[in-house]
Design a protein around this ligand. Structure first.
Ligand code: FES
Length: 86
């Protein structure tokens, strides 16, 4: 399934669920670097604001603020806009 992810301040990338494991993977492949470390939902280094849209996580993720996502651990459920940075 194809979804568009607007990475604010960078560009819109195309997420292909047959090709990409996570939003972070799609961003990196599209040439946008989002800071990351564990790439498994533990360190919060990749945290981005979710401006519009919805995501689905691979595993149970607990964030203290639901306006943010961990792009290493989720896929877009619909077209999204995200803003990297803390
Ligand atoms: S890179 Fe560690 S939580 Fe995403």
């Amino acid at each position: 399934m194809i979804k568009n992810i607007n990475i604010i301040g960078h560009k819109t990338i195309v997420f292909d669920s047959n090709k990409h494991k996570s939003i972070l993977d799609a961003a990196n492949e599209g040439g946008t670097v989002i800071d990351s470390m564990c790439r498994d939902g533990f360190c919060n280094q990749c945290r981005c604001a979710l401006v519009t849209g919805k995501v689905e996580y691979f595993q149970d993720i607990i964030l203290d603020d639901d306006r943010y996502i961990l792009p290493c651990s989720c896929v877009p459920a619909e077209d999204c806009s995200i803003s990297p940075g803390r």
